[in-house]
Design a protein around this ligand. Sequence first.
Ligand code: F6R
Length: 376
Amino acid sequence: EKQGFKHFMLKEIHEQPGVVRASLDAYFNNFGESSESPINLGLPADLYNNLEQIQIVACGTSWHAALIGKYLIEQLAGISTQVHYASEYRYAPSPVTANTLIIGVTQSGETADTLAALAMEKERRQGKEPQYQGQLLGITNRSESSLGDMVPNIISTLAGIEIGVAATKTFTAQLMAFYALALDLAARRQTVSKDTLEKIINGLRQIPKEIEATLETQERLTEQLAHEFAETKDFIFVGRGINFPIALEGALKLKEISYIHAEGYPAGEMKHGPIALLDAKVPVVAIAIPGSVYEKVISNAQEAKARDSRLIGVTPVNDGEAAEIFNDLLPVSDVEELLSPILTVVPLQLLAYHIAARRGLDVDQPRNLAKSVTVE
Ligand code: F6R
């Protein structure tokens, strides 16, 4: 069943190009003169009407996907979007307007906190208060689930069954759902031009083969690094903008399966406290993608280097400053910054995997964790 891979997690990491292809086929197929949008999510038209605000609830890796979703929806469609830990939101819900869309993101469709937050919103809508008319939308890898029973609208993510407890391909599938949703909203609201839309969609179509190329080069590089870092006690991951959530995800993957302490930060926050942690024993993984924040990330990396940290760069750049500062490079293909998270997460998944495997741990069944968390 593992098809020659040592663990399900590794197999699932390698399935990601196929997940992106399946998502492209399913969501991006509505071209034609009369269509309002090139994207087809099968959602009712009134879900899009007069949308003023979006609130997203999720946990763990799904929460990271939601942070990228927020970035995409705000930057492409111009709709103010907030992302909440479901476990927090259920006890302190945000005020919403009548035209607020609530999105719950859960790959399993069974996460108790996410379901409870959505149940609370559902109740607000069925109660007396007229301001609560906005719709509920679920993004899930299992439409036949408690989530599927609870919410009227679903975007099905197309990862196929994921067996490894650490989410990998379901995360990529969630990102694809958010690209589709953000671009759909942008097309309908005409917040981006047709040309830009086309350019982004064409870029997405290149992603599967870029992930394949990344997998090919990274397998060996991450394995080598894992050898050196198997006994490391602490790791820091930094990124900015659309790659900040990838820093969080890289740190979460490492914590979950290797039991190494790891934190993700927006690179600009390091100097407000976390930089005090750095010394030669604490490696820093920096995601540095050319675009709006590249120079900033490089200069944040320089600050870490000055504290003797070993620096690992996830970047397509292999000359100039990047070559000078980074001790190790995990190269990714040069794609638009907006699309880069689908690529930058891959070496971080592999790094976590190889470190855990090197430490001889049960990668697919890490201690204290379960595939769906059905208790509060
Ligand atoms: C991370 C992981 C967890 C889940 C979280 C939410 O690898 O597996 O953090 O992402 O428990 O699960 P779902 O998406 O099923 O709601």
